[in-house]
Design a protein around this ligand. Structure first.
Ligand code: FAD
Length: 374
């Protein structure tokens, strides 16, 4: 047992909490710090004082996975309620079903096509002159044709990433589903759900162990203790003092809307039109359908995306070509940094869903424990 090792885990999000717990269960004591005044990182949830609604403070989070081990792990620390993510989009004053499915196609073109008819119709719409799509824009036009592409992808992408879709790689759109049936479940994963008491309760449950000390409102930079090992889930470039430059991120601003009753009748409404400044509105009581009816008031958030400044919260890694070069340089230094493991969405500069985050944290902990035995 390695209980005499001094181990610090920077960040009390899913990455840090899962590593701390795995080590704690094997007898290792850890200090988990976070500069925020709460745990759970960007997955933090709290009840809104005025409405009582459980709010996802850093944007809506839906848990979905195909990984049975991860699904069992999350269920060990909290009750997961059934939740299916169904997203709508308002385009030029009309509401459509997403992801693009047979309903969307029939609504958009004012038809009542069967699956085969719709397939043939989309083939006739698609831009067959584009053989090897080089960009997101070309891929979109080849994939669904110009009308659907412009309505659902073009404006949304410009707002979300702040760049011309012609400069983004085609690979981004290859991952988006197009369905010729009426299935509007946003995700394809077999397990999907929402924690009954919020994500923060789950993370606090993971951290609740005699071998784990949690220190909030505490930045890594302010620590004066020495450690034998550090698991660092903060921004990779920040660890090195940004000395060779900053990796670029998009950040989000949330503008609250308070109303009586029900504001939009659904959890997420996308606004792809380029003239609308925000990307979507999420109404948080609809993420908890088992209790949504009990609230007399509601709270929703308009979501705006912009480039991340020095004092903003980093949300989505942009990963442009120059970011990739900078990332490689930081990664090389990280690999040579003795006694530090870089992990999580910020520590590896990657967009990671929660299930992937938990899966990777489990692996990192397992590898660390195995290295101690060797
Ligand atoms: P984080 O949650 O960011 O935790 C890192 C923590 O480290 C933070 O609390 C931070 O304060 C702390 N920290 C950083 N630097 C320091 C320092 N120097 N000193 C002290 N503390 C520090 N995933 C899904 O599966 N489903 C979704 O629907 C979903 N929606 C998302 C929506 C948005 C808008 C975004 C941006 C992400 C979404 N995700 C979703 C992904 C999810 O947020 C991540 O998987 C998860 O937050 C990663 O956890 P983490 O612990 O790696 O990082």
């Amino acid at each position: 047992m390695g209980s005499d090792l001094r181990i610090c885990i920077v960040g009390a999000g899913f990455s840090g909490a899962v590593i701390a717990r795995e080590l704690a269960d094997k007898g290792y004591r850890t200090l988990v710090i976070d500069e925020r005044s709460h745990s759970a990182g960007n997955c933090h949830t709290e009840r809104d004082a005025e409405t009582g609604v459980m709010v996802h403070k850093y944007g809506p989070h839906i848990f979905h996975t195909a990984d049975e081990k991860v699904w069992a792990y999350i269920n060990r620390f909290g009750e997961m309620m059934p939740y299916v993510n169904r997203v709508k989009a308002t385009v030029k004053g009309k509401v459509y079903s997403l992801p693009i499915n047979l309903h969307t196609i029939n609504q958009f073109f004012g038809k009542a096509m069967s699956p085969d008819e719709a397939k043939a119709f989309i083939v006739s719409q698609a831009r067959s002159d584009i053989e090897e799509p080089q960009s997101f824009e070309e891929q979109g036009m080849k994939f669904v044709g110009e009308d659907l592409y412009k309505a659902f992808f073009d404006g949304y992408t410009r707002k979300q990433w702040g760049v011309e879709p012609s400069t983004l790689p085609a690979s981004i759109l290859k991952r988006l589903p197009l369905r010729f049936n009426y299935d509007d479940n946003y995700f394809n994963h077999p397990y999907q759900g929402m924690p009954k008491d919020g994500y923060s309760k789950i993370v606090d449950g993971i951290l609740a162990h005699d071998n784990i000390e949690v220190r909030l409102d505490c930045s890594y930079e302010s620590l004066e203790e020495d450690f034998d090992h550090v698991f660092y889930t903060g921004p990779l470039d920040r660890y090195f003092g940004y000395d060779i430059g900053r990796l670029s991120y998009r950040t989000l601003d949330f503008e609250p809307i308070r109303a009586e009753g029900d504001f939009q009748g659904t959890a997420v409404m996308n606004y792809p039109d380029p003239e609308v400044p925000f990307t979507r509105i999420s109404e948080h009581k609809h993420f908890a359908p088992w209790e949504a009816e009990t609230f007399e008031k509601t709270i929703a958030f308009k979501e705006f995306s912009r480039n991340c400044g020095e004092n903003d919260i980093p949300y989505y890694p942009i990963r442009r070509l120059d970011d990739k070069q900078l990332l490689e340089a930081y990664e090389e230094r990280a690999a040579n940094e003795d006694g530090v493991t870089f992990v999580g969405r910020l520590g590896t500069y990657q967009y990671l869903d929660m299930d992937v985050t938990i899966g990777r944290a489990l692996t990192v902990a397992e590898e660390f424990l195995a290295s101690r035995k060797a």
